[in-house]
Design a protein around this ligand. Structure first.
Ligand SMILES: NC(=O)c1ccc[n+]([C@@H]2O[C@H](COP(=O)([O-])OP(=O)(O)OC[C@H]3O[C@@H](n4cnc5c(N)ncnc54)[C@H](O)[C@@H]3O)[C@@H](O)[C@H]2O)c1
Length: 260
């Protein structure tokens, strides 16, 4: 039977590849993005998320089988934290009621191998256990700081999102409601987000010194789409709170056997 998916970030890169894959399999996709989507909305604002929830309810007829929260930003600005952390969580929480009437509800989000880089601890603590106002104040401080400081915004937002996933997936709202909630952590994937970093052979070689990818190097978004499609497919009934690193080996190289 045709399943209905809400895909954020669907206008570009990994979200676009995922939407195309699901549609090619005959599934119904409700695309969400700032532009070129069924629901055009800024997910970093409360009003945007309210609009998402009402439009998704209207376009789906009240039942969504899978939510793919893919939209994100990797710029050294505070908005990166607002969409990657708050926007992703709000997307999942606001669409959760529509999953409850599905026979096989699923949800997935996207972190990054960059979540392995040392974070800004003040921002990380504020995101996980403080208020949004305090976290955004720290994000603005970092954005206005040195390139090293503003460069911490992306990885810190993704590490916080990974921790949120671990704290949330086994709760009554998700596992308790029969909804597998999981994530993927890509390495470097060729999308508009990374275009400026992967343009030349020299750029790619420099990037791979920071992000070691011994298995096949930098790759295209279709591979991530395939994994995301499995995470939200009916056959995934028992994965809970897992983040699958689809990264050519950077997690293994960086964390070694400290993680299992
Ligand atoms: N490309 C990579 O190497 C890579 C690696 C690890 C993780 N990721 C993550 O994968 C996800 C997709 O990235 P991508 O590479 O496809 O990037 P992309 O820039 O090609 O696509 C991201 C999409 O998200 C949308 N978006 C951004 N802010 C939004 C907002 N406030 N409201 C609604 N939509 C918004 C953009 O408009 C864009 O269409 C992101 O979460 C990114 O952090 C990417």
């Amino acid at each position: 039977m045709t399943r209905t998916f809400v895909v954020t970030g669907a206008a570009s890169g990994i979200g676009r590849a995922t939407s195309q894959l699901l549609e090619a399999r005959g599934e119904k996709v409700i695309s969400v993005d700032l532009r070129d989507a069924d629901i055009e909305v800024d997910l970093s604002s409360d009003e945007g998320v309210e609009f998402l929830a009402s439009e998704a309810a209207r376009l789906s007829g009240g039942t969504v089988d899978g939510v793919l929260a893919i939209a994100g930003l990797a710029q050294p600005v505070a908005k990166t934290v607002e969409i990657n952390y708050y926007g992703t969580i709000a997307t999942l929480e606001s669409l959760r009621p529509l999953l409850l009437t599905s026979a096989a509800p699923r949800a997935a989000l996207v972190t990054s191998m960059a979540s392995l880089f040392p974070p800004d601890d003040t921002l990380l603590d504020a995101l996980l256990d403080g208020t949004r106002a305090t976290a955004m104040e720290r994000a603005e401080e970092l954005a206005a700081g040195t390139p090293e400081q503003s460069g911490l915004l992306y990885g810190t937002s993704k590490r916080a999102l990974a921790r949120w996933l671990r704290r949330t997936a086994a709760s009554a709202d998700w596992a308790g409601a029969g909804i597998p909630l999981n994530g993927v952590a890509p390495g470097v994937v060729t999308t508009p987000m990374t275009a400026g970093l992967t343009a030349s052979e020299a750029d790619r070689a420099a990037l791979l010194t920071q992000v070691p990818m011994p298995l096949g190097g930098i790759f295209g978004p279709e591979a991530v789409a395939d994994l995301l499609a499995w995470l939200v497919g009916e056959s995934n009934g028992h994965l809970c709170g897992q983040i699958v690193f689809i990264d050519g080996g950077s997690d293994v190289v960086i964390r070694g056997d400290s993680t299992w």
